[in-house]
Write a new protein. Structure first.
Length: 471
């Protein structure tokens, strides 16, 4: 079909064609023009080719507002939501809500200010905008945080996969060596490696629908099945607030669960003209963050109030009945096909950090070696956690807290605020002081998580031994 122009204008004596996203059939169709308007951006021919090749979502039709909200939710709701009942258990109900309130506000603010910074410098990418603001080191910092974030997410997925597959096989009567947790983790790796060799994230886009259906089904299981599963025991106390638990297990995990800023510009570009208007886009971001908030709170409250002191860090571990296997199998299938998409993102960021090149630009053999190396690093770390004797559930919670506190807080709060203050002229800044507060909040989250991580072993060592002699 080629290009169907909306208008033709000239910028610096170069021809610019304005088109709808849906009118771009393939990058080669742009060969006869100097620039093309994509949404609110004017991209050169080379920039457009690079953008559309590496962001397949932008090739879709212009999405209505409700679909943009759904895309944000799909980027946001991952493994973190399954830890929310444990967050309420550790922090207390009021304590968890006190963490959610600032996290939700600053997450929304980060999405809006990041978009405004990208628009200001006509760059539809997070890392590209960071390059224009702070040069090579700005882009490197963004990609390094993305790499850390995706590595932590992969750790959480493989920890859950190995444990859930192991539990399913034992429940089905397999007690041999072939069903131990080391091998079930290895099985998951072998299944996912071929899928992870795909070069473009768009090849797995259709799986997002199944992923969201699975997560919604599990939320329904916890809300409806939780009270039915644990009807006999309601004697445990309900904690209102636990300050130490808020620091150790809460704040980083909540930030991790709400993070979706890496996908912001992809979703913006794929939105229709109405959705890209500043007020409408701000509303889209607000609705997405509020929807994520309510999903996390419903999951957290239902799970915690159902199981109380017996709440596991991975809530599905509380459902041991045979009928729950249906949901566990759905969850395993979800992770087996969802995790490779995160591996592709991790590979991309690894190549940008180490080689300063896009993974798609490397030879396919190099891509395979890098993919194997990254997956092996994740699985090796998981094997080390299993070998150390640590509970997978506690390790899962710790990974989410560290990843949320160290990486997600930067990509959600610190970097969007810094880009906004650096790139948007002072007279145009609607969120000047709010962005300063956003940076301060992100840095505070990082400091709190790191400090409690360092201090926890010393606090535990100072605790008096229990009656049975253990500490």
């Amino acid at each position: 079909m080629g290009i169907v122009p909306q208008s033709i204008e000239y910028v610096d004596d170069k021809e610019v064609v304005a088109v709808n996203n849906a009118d771009i059939e393939k990058p080669g169709s742009l060969s006869k023009v100097d620039s093309v308007v994509v949404g609110s951006f004017v991209l050169t021919h080379s920039e457009t080719q690079k953008y559309y090749m590496n962001n397949p979502i932008a090739n879709k039709i212009a999405n209505p507002m409700i679909l943009s909200v759904f895309l944000f939710l799909n980027a946001m709701i991952g493994s973190g939501i399954f830890n929310m009942p444990y967050v309420f258990f550790q922090c207390g109900i009021l304590g968890a809500l006190l963490i959610f309130l600032p996290a939700v506000y600053f997450t929304w603010l980060g999405l809006v200010t990041l978009t405004e910074a990208c628009l200001e410098v006509n760059t539809p990418e997070f890392e590209g905008t960071a390059y224009k603001a702070f040069g090579f080191w700005g882009e490197w910092c963004v990609n390094l945080n993305f790499l850390f974030y995706t590595f932590g997410a992969e750790l959480s997925y493989f920890l859950l996969l190995g444990e859930v597959i192991n539990q399913l096989l034992i429940g089905w009567g397999c007690y041999g060596i072939g069903c131990n947790q080391y091998l079930t983790t290895f099985y998951a790796m072998i299944i996912m490696l071929p899928i992870s060799q795909l070069r473009h994230l768009g090849n797995l886009a259709w799986l997002s629908v199944y992923s969201m259906v699975t997560i919604v089904a599990i939320i329904g299981l916890v809300i409806i099945g939780g009270p039915l599963t644990n009807q006999q025991d309601r004697s445990d106390n309900v904690y209102v607030i636990n300050g130490y638990g808020m620091l150790v297990s809460g704040i980083g995990a909540v930030v991790f669960a709400l993070t979706c800023s890496p996908q912001t510009m992809h979703i913006y570009i794929a939105s229709n003209a109405e959705g890209q208007k500043p007020q409408k886009w701000s509303l889209i971001c607000l609705l997405a963050v509020l929807a994520g908030l309510f999903m996390c709170i419903f999951m957290g409250l239902a799970g915690y109030l159902s199981f109380r002191d017996k709440t596991n860090s991975f809530i599905l571990n509380n459902f041991t009945q045979g009928w729950a296997d249906v949901f566990l199998v759905m969850f395993v299938i979800h992770l087996i096909f969802f995790t490779p998409s995160e591996i592709m993102v991790m590979r991309y960021n690894f190549c940008k950090v180490v080689f300063n090149r896009r993974s798609e630009d490397l030879d396919w053999r190099v891509n395979r070696v890098i993919t194997f190396f990254l997956v092996a690093a994740v699985v090796g770390t998981v094997m080390g956690i299993i070998a150390s004797g640590s509970s997978n559930g506690i390790a899962f919670s710790l990974v989410l807290n560290i990843t949320g506190g160290v990486a997600a807080s930067w990509v959600s709060f610190v970097l969007p605020g810094a880009l906004y203050l650096k790139l948007v002229p002072r007279e145009k800044q609607k969120y000047h002081w709010e962005s300063i507060a956003n940076i301060a909040f992100g840095l505070a989250v990082t400091c709190i998580v790191v400090a409690t991580l360092i201090a926890t072993p010393f606090v535990q060592a100072l605790q008096p031994p229990s009656d049975d002699g253990s500490s």
